[in-house]
Design a protein. Structure first.
Length: 225
C-alpha cells in the first residue's frame, strides 16, 4: 500500500500549474454549493468520468471544504504517478489482502475533523451519459465504521460546451440526508448533514441516493440552457 505523503511545497507549486492549466482547459468553472458544513471530517463521493476528477475535487477543497485532502487511487495507477501521493493520494489494490489495510487506513483518516477523504465508488471511468451510475461494494466498509460526526457530501461534475470550443464545468455539492423526493439542488441544505451516515444500510443505498442527487443536478444543468 502506498500512503499519502503530503508536501506543502509540492502542493503549492503544483497548485500554481494546475490553476493555470484549468483556466486554459475550461471556459468557466461554477460551483453550486448546497452543503452546510458542521465542522466534522468530510467524505466526498463523486462521479468518475475523466482524468480531471481528482483535480476538480482538489479545486473544490481549496474553495469550499478547506481540509487536508486524501484521495483513494488504484495502486497500479498511483505507482505510475507517485508524485500524486504528495498531494494526498493513497493506494488500494483491489482483490488483494492489502485492500483491507487501505480501507482501514481510509476509515482512520475520518477520525480527524481536519481531513477530507475523496472516493469515486464507480471504481472506473464511466461516461457522463451513463445514468444511473453503478457503484462497487467493498468501499462501503468505510462508511460502516466511520465516526458519527463524518459528513458525507455528494459531488457531481458536469460539462457543457454550448457555443464555446472549451467546456463549461459545473460542480454540484450537497448532503445526501437533505435530498428528499421534492428537493432540488437549488433548494439548498437547511438541515445540515447530521443523519447522513444513518440513512445508509449498504452500498446500494448510497448508490441509489447518489443517482437521485445526480438526476437533480442534470435537471438543474438542463435549466441553464
Amino acid at each position: 500500500m502506498i500512503k499519502a505523503s503530503h508536501s506543502r511545497f509540492f502542493d503549492a507549486a503544483f497548485g500554481v500549474y494546475l490553476k493555470a492549466h484549468m483556466r486554459l482547459v475550461f471556459k468557466s468553472i461554477r460551483i453550486n454549493n448546497y452543503f452546510n458544513d458542521k465542522g466534522g471530517p468530510v467524505l466526498l463521493i463523486g462521479n468518475h468520468f475523466s482524468w480531471w476528477d481528482g483535480f476538480i475535487a482538489r479545486h473544490i477543497n481549496k474553495k469550499i471544504l478547506h481540509r487536508k485532502l486524501h484521495l483513494m487511487m488504484e495502486e497500479e495507477q498511483l505507482s505510475k504517478r507517485r508524485f500524486l501521493s504528495k498531494l494526498g493520494a493513497f493506494s488500494i489494490k483491489k482483490n488483494s489482502r492489502s485492500a483491507q489495510s487501505s480501507l482501514q487506513y481510509a476509515t482512520e483518516l475520518l477520525s480527524n475533523s481536519e481531513n477530507l477523504l475523496i472516493l469515486f465508488p464507480q471504481g472506473k471511468f464511466q461516461s457522463l451519459h451513463q445514468h444511473p451510475l453503478t457503484f462497487e461494494k467493498g468501499w462501503f466498509r468505510i462508511i460502516k465504521h466511520a465516526p458519527n460526526n463524518t459528513q458525507v457530501v455528494f459531488m457531481a461534475s458536469l460539462v457543457d460546451y454550448f457555443a464555446s470550443p472549451r467546456p463549461h464545468l459545473n460542480v454540484y455539492l450537497d448532503s445526501p440526508c437533505c435530498l428528499s423526493e421534492q428537493s432540488t439542488p437549488e433548494s439548498g441544505s437547511e438541515t445540515g448533514n447530521l443523519a447522513s451516515l444513518k440513512i445508509f444500510e449498504d452500498a446500494s443505498a448510497v448508490e441509489e441516493s447518489y443517482n437521485k442527487f445526480l438526476s437533480r443536478c442534470i435537471a438543474a444543468q438542463n435549466s441553464k440552457v
